[in-house]
Ligand binder design. Structure first.
Ligand code: SF4
Length: 436
């Protein structure tokens, strides 16, 4: 077994049998020695384009040889190459996946609100034959995206109403959400912010907008926590991202910066040593990683997370509950256990937001509660995320829990434990008015 491997390597895309193996929690960097000649590889890259940040997995190697036989490992590990070669059209995708009629139609008619973009790396994780496979459903459109049902809105969280200047959402008094880009390397079909995603796939930075957003944060002493999101902030170059971090870090009342990203999952090659060294300068910096399914926890992704954790960055995860993808206890258990092994603390489990064309992804709330009930008590407390509904209309995140407090009786609080047994807690300090 190779040291960097979190999961058993498989030549084919991972399936439900992918099993956890013990991980040696360190990143093996690919130093630039060619094992055939024993000579160093030519140092032809700029620091932020360091290639071979990790050793590649057997599956990824096989996929590259099969579908990108003319490119080198250097190119495969260059995140710019991955971005430039993101799969965006039906012809390219159909060479990799055996597309169903439903998928093909959706792609040909550009059915949903979002463009299609899938990095070659993430495409290597997709099951080529099964349109119902979890990761494939996350990124390949289907015509169901055209079906708009009651309660669905372009901006279900009403973020635009809480936006004092473009790019800022200021909903909670002490925190600001800063939408720094409108593009991602790979688009999730259930994205809450599909309304702002750049359809032309031309990622550019609007510095004037950034300046106004930073001015707003500077002028609001209540803001102690800034969350960079988008789009995906880690698709920005090191220099642009550092410019932003430096400006925010200088603001005396900003105590904490957070980044929300899916890059370690869909483009782990982006987590270069240069990026982590740069991020490390702006502590306290926290990163929330959007992870949907345990099949995403590949050797490359785990190496990216471990590298960020080694830079002292606390990592949390955000998972959207998705029908037929991750909405069962066994899948979620695999996911949270895998995350803990790579030092990513399960943070939020989100009820899927009602964006237009999302009904095929949404589950009943009861499913989320069942999952929390199936985790709490059955695994490490750190592994249990907070299940939240982001209230439509702009009410913010509302946590939901199974009913553990079942009532009061003769001054005792009646509590149900994870096995369903009832216990009494002498709640002597409760006021009579609290007891009903
Ligand atoms: S990574 Fe986040 S912002 Fe980008 S498409 Fe997925 S959910 Fe949307």
């Amino acid at each position: 077994m190779e040291n960097e491997t979190l999961f058993n390597e498989e030549a084919e895309p991972p399936g439900p049998v992918t099993g956890l193996v013990k991980v040696k929690n360190e990143v093996i960097d690919f130093f630039s020695i060619d094992t055939k000649t024993n000579q160093p590889y030519p140092a032809k890259q700029k620091p932020d384009r360091i290639i071979f940040p990790f050793k590649d997995s057997a599956r990824s190697r096989l996929f590259r040889k099969r579908h990108y036989s003319d490119i080198t490992r250097f190119e495969w590990f260059d995140w710019h190459w991955q971005l430039r070669n993101a799969i965006r059209d039906v012809n390219t995708l159909s060479q990799i996946l055996n597309l169903s009629d439903n998928e093909r139609q959706a792609m040909m008619h550009n059915a949903g609100a979002l463009p299609v973009s899938i990095t070659p790396y993430y495409a290597s994780l997709l099951d080529p034959f099964n349109p119902s496979a979890p990761l494939r459903r996350c990124v390949v459109p289907v015509v169901d995206e055209c079906l708009h049902t009651a309660g669905e809105e372009e901006d279900p969280l009403n973020e635009d109403a809480d936006s004092p200047v473009p790019g800022i959402v200021h909903r909670y008094p002490d925190r600001a959400l800063f939408l720094v880009t409108d593009s991602c390397s790979t688009y999730c079909r259930y994205c809450t912010r599909s309304r702002i995603i750049e359809r032309s796939n031309q990622s550019y930075v609007d510095f004037e907008k950034w300046e106004k957003a930073i001015e707003y944060i500077e002028g609001n002493q209540n803001i102690r926590d800034v969350l960079l999101s988008g789009g995906d902030p880690l698709t920005l170059s090191d220099s642009k991202l550092e410019w932003l971090l430096m400006r925010l870090h200088k603001i005396p009342h900003v105590e904490l910066i957070r980044i929300g990203t899916k890059v370690p999952v869909v483009l782990p090659q982006r987590i270069t040593p240069a990026l982590s060294a740069m991020l490390k300068k702006y502590h306290p910096l926290w990163i929330s990683i959007h992870i949907a399914h345990p099949d995403e926890l590949t050797p490359e992704m785990s190496a990216a997370c471990i590298r960020l954790a080694d830079a002292g960055i606390p990592l949390g995860s955000q998972t959207v509950l998705l029908s037929g993808i991750n909405d069962d206890v066994a899948t979620m258990m695999r996911l949270v256990h895998g995350q803990l092994q790579i030092r990513v603390r399960p943070y939020y489990l989100y009820q899927c937001d009602p964006i237009p064309g999302s009904s095929h992804f949404r589950t009943p709330i009861s499913r989320g509660l069942e999952i929390i009930q199936g985790l709490r008590g059955y695994t490490t407390g750190y592994a249990v995320p907070t299940y939240v509904v982001d209230a439509p209309g702009g009410g913010g995140k509302i946590p939901l829990l199974p009913e553990y407090a079942v009532g009061w009786e003769k001054g005792d609080l009646l509590l149900r434990n994870y096995e369903g047994n009832i216990f009494r807690y002498p709640d002597n300090h409760a006021e009579l008015k609290d007891i009903h």
